[in-house]
Design a protein around this ligand. Structure first.
Ligand SMILES: N[C@@H](CCC(=O)N[C@@H](CS)C(=O)NCC(=O)O)C(=O)O
Length: 317
């Protein structure tokens, strides 16, 4: 997991303040003391952070004297683009808090935080960032030495960005459609994943709203048998290309260091591979419906599938 900055005493600030855009990118937030948090790290799971996010009656008084306005990552908890952003922030050593939401409910949170429609969005003192690649680039600009996500060399960086773009366009949406086609009919599998870490009212309401939500998801993502089949072909073409790239024995997709291309491929392929260590516990292969189980075997049996599992095992920290 990542690190977070230990709360620092400032004049003002609130835990919730982080969820509201108060400035535009590039403009420093008025009246706020600028503190470089990069060297003030602390394990993310600490009593003070749990306390800061709790409803304790003592919290307000403490918050008046401390600044816990970390960047807030607003997510659909299960989303693989959100997993990409989480992984990038963790890897770059950026302190942040995550506001997880169930699909459907995310729309209110995104709107409230100043985003457009999709998650992830990152609310920072620099402004609201509404795309996973932009979040990784922002994190890269703030990463301490040794934790960069992109190479400094222009040509190498362009290669990473081209791979990232390909995965964002040709892998992410197709993995999502293919897996939802098989999983949406099984709320027993999907509801626990969709509600992992979300607010209590969303967890309580999602099962009741599951029918309409499923219909909206099916129509907005055009999830049907023909679409799922086309998506499977498209995603397997990307998987084949990645397997070819790996055939020369390279350890990472671009250059000799782990980075944004590896994060993007592994995170966006993850719902088809079910690696241990994903931000939400994914089903065990033996619990998957037949179609999803066949896809998992097909992807896992390739060098690219093995690469995804290795990235989760060795680099998801
Ligand atoms: N290009 C965007 C894609 C993000 C995306 O498609 N997010 C999906 C979740 S996987 C989403 O928020 N969908 C909800 C909606 O469209 O309302 C990125 O990289 O951040």
């Amino acid at each position: 997991m990542g690190v977070y900055a230990f709360p620092i005493a400032t004049q003002s600030g609130s835990a919730r303040g982080a969820a509201r855009p108060t400035s535009v990118i590039g403009g420093p937030r008025a009246g706020r003391q600028s503190v470089d948090r990069r060297h003030l790290t602390h394990p993310v799971e600490t009593p003070i952070l749990r306390f800061a996010e709790s409803a304790s009656p003592f919290r307000a008084a403490v918050i008046r004297a401390t600044d816990v306005s970390l960047p807030t990552l607003v997510t659909i908890t299960l989303s693989h683009y959100c997993e990409k952003a989480r992984w990038g922030l963790d890897r770059a050593g950026i302190a942040y808090r995550e506001a997880r939401h169930a699909p459907g409910f995310h729309a209110f949170a995104v709107r409230r935080a100043g985003g457009r429609r999709t998650t992830p969005i990152l609310v920072t003192d620099d402004g609201v960032i509404g795309d996973s690649t932009d979040i990784l680039l922002w994190a890269n600009g703030r990463a301490p030495p040794g934790r960069a996500l992109y190479p400094e060399d222009r040509a190498e960086r362009a290669e990473v960005l081209a791979l990232e773009e390909r995965f964002d366009e040709d892998l992410g949406p197709h993995v999502r459609r293919a897996i939802y086609f098989d999983l949406l009919p099984s709320p027993k599998l999907t509801v626990p994943m969709m509600t992992h870490g979300v607010p209590g009212h969303e967890r309580a309401l999602l099962p009741l709203l599951y029918g309409p939500l499923q219909r909206v998801m099916r129509s907005s993502m055009r999830i049907d048998a023909a679409g799922a089949k086309r998506s499977l072909d498209t995603l397997m073409a990307v998987v084949d290309d990645v397997s070819k790239l790996l055939a020369d024995g390279r350890r990472y997709l671009a250059g000799d260091r782990f980075g944004a291309a590896d994060i993007t491929f592994a995170a966006l392929a993850a719902p088809a591979v079910c690696p241990p260590g994903y931000g939400v516990p994914l089903p065990r292969p033996e619990d998957l419906p037949a179609g999803a189980a066949a896809m998992l075997r097909a992807v896992r049996d390739t060098p690219a599938g093995a690469f995804c599992l290795r990235m989760y095992r060795d680099e998801r920290r």
